[in-house]
Design a binder for this molecule. Structure first.
Ligand code: FPP
Ligand code: MG
Ligand code: MG
Length: 301
């Protein structure tokens, strides 16, 4: 799974939106709490790719056109902030669970301040983000995000349990990928469409788009290789935690033709994702979303 050219900067067209969001994020956390205040820069400073809020802005800008809105609303911007806060809180908790020392090139929060602070800081950011979300008074989006947080916990619990046998393991792996990754991304793209006030048909298509965008290349290589190589099951079961295990997994996948089959499935997902974008007017924002799909597909070499 090699990348043979540097990634295009897809998010250039929403760079100003992201800059605005970055400024807000740091002030949104910890105004009332000294520990959070001192770690806000650490938590929300440079380092993250901001993929999720960028998707919020791209879909927001692509859908405002449909309803004749000239600018993004306060709701669009706060959704991007809420999504990034949720993502960040989940990573803080994840680093505690995984006992990871580094994240985004920096020491993790629990490494710096201890587990208790990290767990509570994650809880605080989760709660804070939901309070902001509730203030936007949109039940549909509140329910959508509530589901994501439930999915996070489900995904982590699935991962933590090793009770399932090998055949169930594949299904569990696919579900886990949905819970841990696709769920929040699909909520980002759907939530953005809902705040533009488009018909539910379009917001549902944005959910599918977000989900398909990440799913094809996330799971495909594994699906096909798993059937052939029991060794790979062990590597996946250990969640790639051993040094060099990812490279080993990729070698196994390549050698059993998993990559070819994976490419087919990724193509299928990519076509679905592109189909779901067709409801959008043709703007640079839709074009950028399409380019992201195509880029993802090319990555599976
Ligand atoms: C990263 O996975 C982790 C996630 C995408 C989700 C983590 C979610 C939780 C820990 C549950 C959140 C808690 C509550 C209260 C709902 P990874 O460890 O596979 O990837 P990494 O390499 O980025 O660490
Ligand atoms: Mg982790
Ligand atoms: Mg983890």
């Amino acid at each position: 799974v090699a990348v043979d050219h540097p990634p295009t900067n897809f998010f250039e067209v929403v760079a100003e939106d992201i800059q605005m969001m970055n400024k807000n994020l740091q002030s949104m956390v910890g105004e009332e709490n000294p520990i959070l205040m001192s770690s806000a820069e650490h938590i929300f400073g440079a380092g993250g790719k901001r993929m999720r809020p960028s998707l919020v802005f791209l879909v927001s800008r692509a859908t405002t056109e449909i309803v004749g809105l000239k600018e993004l609303t306060k709701e669009h911007r706060q959704l991007a902030e809420v999504i990034e806060m949720i993502h960040t809180a989940s990573l803080i908790h994840d680093d505690v669970l995984d006992e990871s020392d580094m994240r985004r090139g920096k020491e993790t929060l629990h490494q710096l301040y201890g587990t208790r602070v990290a767990v509570l800081a994650g809880d605080f950011i989760f709660a804070q983000s939901l309070q902001y979300l509730a203030n936007l008074e949109n039940f549909e989006v509140i329910k959508l995000i509530g589901q994501v947080i439930k999915d996070f916990a489900s995904g982590e619990m699935t991962q933590a349990s090793s009770l399932f046998d090998c055949d169930v393991q594949l299904d569990e792996y696919l579900m886990k990928s949905h819970y841990k990754t696709a769920s929040l991304i699909a909520a980002s793209t759907k939530g953005a469409a809902i705040f533009s006030g488009v018909d539910s048909e379009i917001s549902d298509q944005m959910y599918q788009f977000g989900s398909d965008l990440v799913k094809g290349n996330l799971t495909a290589p594994v699906i096909f290789a798993l059937k052939k190589e029991p060794k790979l099951r062990d590597i996946i079961k250990s969640d790639f935690c051993e040094l060099g295990s990812l490279d080993e997994a990729i070698d196994i996948i390549k050698s059993c033709g998993g990559i070819d089959k994976a490419r087919e499935l990724a193509k299928l997902k990519a076509d679905l994702a592109l189909e779901n974008l067709q409801c959008l007017p043709s703007t640079t924002f839709r074009y950028t979303l399409e380019e992201m799909v195509k880029y993802n597909l090319e990555r599976i070499k």
